[in-house]
Design a protein around this ligand. Sequence first.
Ligand code: NDP
Length: 336
Amino acid sequence: GHRIVLAARPHGTVTLDDFRTEAFEPRDLKAGELLLEVNYLSLDPYMRSRMDDRKSYADPLKIGEVMRGESVSTVLASKNSAYHAGDFVLAHTGWQTHAVLSGDSVRKIDPQLAPVTTRLGVMGMPGFTAYAGMMAIGKPARGETVVVAAASGPVGSLVGQLAQISGARAVGIAGGSTKCAYLRSELHFDAAVDHLAKDFDKALASACPSGIDVYFENVGGRIWHSVLPLLNRFARIPVCGLVAEYDGNNSDLARDYLPATMRQILNQRMVIQGFLNYDLAERYYDDFIKDVSAWIAEGKVKYKEDIVEGLENAPQAFIGMLAGRNFGKLLVHVAR
Ligand code: NDP
C-alpha cells in the first residue's frame, strides 16, 4: 500500500513539501485485528493544528508519522469474530490505502442505511459538531438571526439548516459568489454574504437588520471583528473552530480584538463558549442520528460533497481546503 506522512512542519501556509508518500507492506494481523482497505478518507481542518509542534486539544504529529484521519474502509481480512471480509467500517486509519487496526477501535456501518460517504460528513463528525453546538450552546429561537461562516462546508451548512428548522433566520458567510448562490438557492439560507467582497462589513450588517443572536464561530480572524458590533443582547457564540487562524500567518492576527470583545461581552451580556464535538456525544449523539437522518429523508437537510480522486491528491486537496477551494465536505476517494 501507500501512505502519506508528515515530512516537515509547515511555516505558516502548508505546502506540498510538508508531505511525503511512502510505500509500505501492512503487517500481519494479531488476534482481534482487521486488515482494512480505505475507500474514502475525510480531510478536516483540525489536521492543520496537528502538523504544528504546539499544544492544542489534539497531540501534535511527529515528523515521519502518518497523517491521521478518519475513513470509511472495507474489511479485507479479519481476526476478529465481530467482523468479516466485505464489512464497511468507520475507522481512524489515517492517510493511507491500507491499515491494520483492532476491531475494538472501529465501528461497523450499514451501506444500505445511507450512502457511506455521509458518515464522514453530514451524518458524521462534522454534522454532529454542528448539531451539538447548536443544541447545547446556540439554542436558536424562532425569529432570531443565526450567522455562520464557512457556511458551505459540512459544519456550516448544517448549522444554517438547523437554524431554519428552529424557525430562525440563517445568514451564511462564504468565500465567493458561487458558494453564496448555492447557500441562497439550494439551501434556502435567508441571506449569504461573500467575505471576499470589498463591502463585506456593510453587506453583513444589511443581511442582519435585527442584529445577530447566534454567531456560530468557525473561522475567527477578521470575520469576528465584523460580527462583533452586530451582536444582540444575550447573544450566544458557540466557538467551534478558527480555521482562518490555523496557519498562524494571517496578517489580521496582529490586531488585538480582545478589548473590543470583552467590552461587547459585558455590554450585551453574551455567552461565548468553546466546545469539542466528542464532549457532547453522550448527551446528543442518539438525538443527532434520529433527527438528522429524518430531516435528510424529508428533504429539510441537504448536503454537498467534494470528492477528490486518489490518495496522492490528498495533500493538494487539503491545502486547497484551508484556502477555501473545497466546495462541500472534502473527501478523498482512495479505492473502489
Ligand atoms: P470546511 O469544509 O467548511 O472547510 C473550511 C472552510 O473554511 C473553507 O472552505 C473556507 O470556506 C473557510 N475559510 C478558510 N479560511 C478562511 C478565512 N481566512 N476566512 C474565512 N473563511 C475561511 O470545514 P468544516 O466544515 O469541516 O469545519 C468548519 C470549522 O469547524 C473548522 O474551523 C473546524 O476546525 C471546525 N470543527 C470543529 C470541531 C469541534 O469539535 N469543535 C469538529 C469539526 C470541525 P470559504 O471559501 O467559504 O471561505
